[in-house]
Design a protein around this ligand. Sequence first.
Ligand SMILES: Cc1cc2nc3c(=O)[nH]c(=O)nc-3n(C[C@H](O)[C@H](O)[C@H](O)COP(=O)(O)OP(=O)(O)OC[C@H]3O[C@@H](n4cnc5c(N)ncnc54)[C@H](O)[C@@H]3O)c2cc1C
Length: 314
Amino acid sequence: MKRESSDEVIVVGSGVAGLTTAVVLAESGRRVRVWAREPAERTTSAVAGALWWPYRIEPEPLVGAWALDSLGVYEELAGRPEETGVRLVEGVHRGTRLDELGAWAGRVPGLRAVSEGLAARLPLIDMPVHLAWLRERFAEAGGRVEEREVTDLASVPAGVVVNCTGLGARSLVPDPAVRPVRGQLVVVENPGITTWFTSVDHSCDASTYFFPQPGGLLLGGTAEEDAWSPEPDPATAAAIVARCAAVRPEIAGARVLAHRVGLRPARDSVRLERQTLPDGRLLVHNYGHGGAGITVAWGCAREAAELAGAAPGV
Ligand SMILES: Cc1cc2nc3c(=O)[nH]c(=O)nc-3n(C[C@H](O)[C@H](O)[C@H](O)COP(=O)(O)OP(=O)(O)OC[C@H]3O[C@@H](n4cnc5c(N)ncnc54)[C@H](O)[C@@H]3O)c2cc1C
């Protein structure tokens, strides 16, 4: 390895995990590059809804702390919604009870039981805007993003390598514990809905949710385990619209603007740990965030940066 690259960090992956980790590292004074096969706008992160809420992610006690840490950051970013893509929006989780959630729930400001379920004002993140903003913030901190596919983490030429490849880790690490949980969404012209809504049926892979974003109302959704198809399925899309319209009838006639599909990088447990490469260099893993990679992004990024040797508290 060349001497000039020994103090450099290369973060592999430009989804929310990679870009957020890269921002934290670059702002701590490290020299950082991001290498990614796909640009941010073509990642799973760009597909997400995206509501701040721990969903389909483990282990719960760690997730709670990462999520609360991230909540604090998103609340601050919501002061500049046009720029950051983050807004605080009211909504209801139908059928969810406080006593079925972890201790973290008691620390979410304004989270309250209502007759229908749980109500709260939570960060709702317009991901295409947020990812572009993260990339810009990274560039301002001196970082560079390069389009590169990595086939061997040990051959990435940097003193510290950070693996934020999401589902890509399955073949790259390789780690068969990372599996896809397919999610399909429909974007419709918003018929005037200003609050978000979710209703999760744990007995099947279909749920019902809608999120008002500036570019339209996002309707969801599905959580299909081990399903790899990136193509939207028309029957699934029709069923999503019908379920949402059963909650808010005005959705039934809304013009469809787009279909989105993403594969959540699910794992029994998020992998956030340090490993030593055969030649003694450091490899930090930060992947496997399932259905809540945005929810935990800042907490995980800060921990990953500490594992990579950055000073704590950045
Ligand atoms: C429909 C849907 C709705 C969702 N809703 C929410 C929500 O409301 N709230 C929430 O918090 N989360 C939500 N999620 C989950 C969230 O999207 C993911 O947890 C998160 O995007 C994972 O981010 P990531 O950066 O780890 O992975 P990704 O966004 O997949 O990024 C991985 C990056 O690694 C790169 N890469 C992979 N392999 C290689 C390689 N070999 N070489 C180089 N680069 C490589 C890719 O090109 C990409 O840049 C949702 C997901 C879906 C699908």
